[in-house]
Design a protein around this ligand. Structure first.
Ligand code: AMP
Length: 217
């Protein structure tokens, strides 16, 4: 939105299982605030399609629906977040997926990112959905029209959901323990979920920044 291009947002982190609509909401947030949407899945798929060494290593792991190891990921995430278009804010989609990644991100923000961008608390939003409905929806058994990617098959989805259950819950716990987690019900129409997310981000930004500048101490 043109009148909001000057607004400082800071880092926004979206958590939720595959199929919860993270990608859709991340895209809507990116458009609404004119900030980049950083999807680690997309960054990795770009490497796969370019046939880079990293892409070749990541492909087999992604095809199995497993998590790509941190040593392959951190470099590409840091490079992307260090680009100038992230300074006013960015929305992370699909990262962090583990407590280790969340810890790394905090250190990266403190040591590198906030060196050139005003320090603020990242907004962390968890999109909650019913697990059984989710599996049905992703596997396209309940009449939802879906664009399925190659890896969206039940045998791939199930381990992804299990990985989500085991590992991502720890990410939520990590942010919860720091009092930063905002959970919302994502089993609602897309526009309704977006409206609540925008409200959360607006209130967070207005507490952190005044007219696009960091609030004085
Ligand atoms: P996504 O598009 O977010 O569903 O990601 C697709 C695949 O990329 C995942 O199944 C993982 O193999 C890999 N991937 C994406 N983000 C991460 C992450 N933060 N940590 C580890 N692997 C990831």
């Amino acid at each position: 939105m043109a009148n909001e291009t000057a607004q400082k947002i800071g880092p926004v982190i979206l958590l939720g299982p595959p199929g919860a609509g993270k990608g859709t909401q991340a895209k809507r947030i990116a458009e609404h605030y004119d900030i980049p949407q950083i999807s680690t899945g997309d960054l990795l798929r770009e490497h796969v399609s370019r046939g880079t060494e990293l892409g070749l290593k990541a492909k087999a792991i992604m095809d199995r629906g497993e998590l790509v190891p941190d040593e392959l990921l951190f470099g590409i995430v840091a490079d992307r977040l260090n680009q100038a278009d992230c300074e006013r804010g960015f929305i992370l989609d699909g990262f962090p997926r583990t407590a280790g990644q969340a810890g790394w991100l905090d250190v990266f923000l403190e040591r590198e990112f906030f060196e050139k961008s005003e320090k603020c608390t990242p907004v962390v939003i968890r999109m909650d959905v019913d697990y059984t409905q989710l599996l049905l929806r992703i596997c396209d058994h309940d009449g939802f029209k879906l664009i399925q990617r190659n890896d969206d098959r039940e045998e791939v989805i199930r381990p992804r959901l299990e990985a989500y259950e085991i590992q991502t819950r720890r990410v939520a716990d990590y942010y919860q323990s720091k009092g930063r987690l905002i959970a919302l019900n994502a089993d609602r129409p897309i526009e309704e979920v977006s409206a609540e997310i925008f409200d959360v981000i607006d209130r967070h930004a207005s507490r952190q920044f005044v007219s696009g500048r960091a609030k004085p101490e």
